[in-house]
Design a protein around this ligand. Structure first.
Ligand code: URA
Length: 223
């Protein structure tokens, strides 16, 4: 049997003010303080039953497929969720639904920001739209696998590396390839070998002056 909680901190958690109060509260898992904090969406049925995040099918994908591409194991990361209990009904979260968005915010204000302060991560990896919806200015479709900075309420700026949610690959090969790219790029980023353009797309600044050898080369606009 796989051990998910070796040397881990046991978290006791209250319910947030907007908690539906139907399912169990699933605490974080992993070291209390560590370099990397992974944020998922919400527990599924398996996680609700066992009280540990990412231990079902999606967790197996994360552990066995995606984290290894980044050169990581789950034991070196603290793992949490945007929402700490299985959403009643379909079990799905839709951050564009105002009720769900309020729940995500309320749960983050009760648990997540405190967990970030406790963990003091060097990097946060928000996985999927629910976790990414908490980061102002971040659009997952545009910023996936693109380093970003999150001003965490009550804590401060932390580098983040947004990825798609690891469950996406279970439904579509195309999404799985995008996920693989996320985690391969994460490995490069962790090794400081990821090329990140200085200018944010889609409005690159072409007036940048670059030195090539001993010659100053001026690009487009000023020619
Ligand atoms: N998916 C998530 O987002 N979190 C879990 O804990 C499990 C599956």
């Amino acid at each position: 049997a796989r051990s998910y909680c070796k040397g881990e901190y046991q978290y006791t958690m209250n319910r947030c003010p907007l908690c539906p109060g139907v399912n169990n509260v699933v605490s974080d898992c992993g070291p209390q303080q560590c370099d990397i904090l992974l944020i998922g969406e919400a527990p599924g049925k398996d996680e609700n039953a066992k009280g540990v995040p990412f231990i079902g099918k999606t967790g197996a994908e994360l552990d066995g497929h995606y984290l290894p591409l980044a050169g990581l194991t789950r034991h070196e990361c603290r793992i949490t969720n945007a929402v700490h209990c299985l959403p009643p009904g379909t079990g799905k979260l839709d951050y564009t639904d105002t009720k769900h968005a309020a729940m995500i915010r309320s749960c983050a204000e009760t648990h997540l920001y405190r967990a970030i302060a406790e963990c003091q991560p060097r990097l946060i990896v928000p996985m999927g739209t629910a976790a990414c919806s908490l980061v102002p200015g971040l659009e997952l479709d545009m910023h996936w696998a693109f380093p970003f900075v999150w001003s965490v309420p009550g804590y401060g700026d932390v580098p983040i590396f947004p990825t798609f949610h690891p469950a996406l690959g279970l439904h579509s090969n195309k999404e799985m390839l995008k996920l693989r790219n996320c985690f391969i790029r994460l490995k490069l980023y962790l090794a400081s070998r990821l090329h990140v353009p200085d200018n944010k797309y889609p409005t690159p600044d072409y007036t940048v002056v670059t030195t090539v050898g001993t010659q100053a080369v001026q690009t487009n606009r000023e020619r």
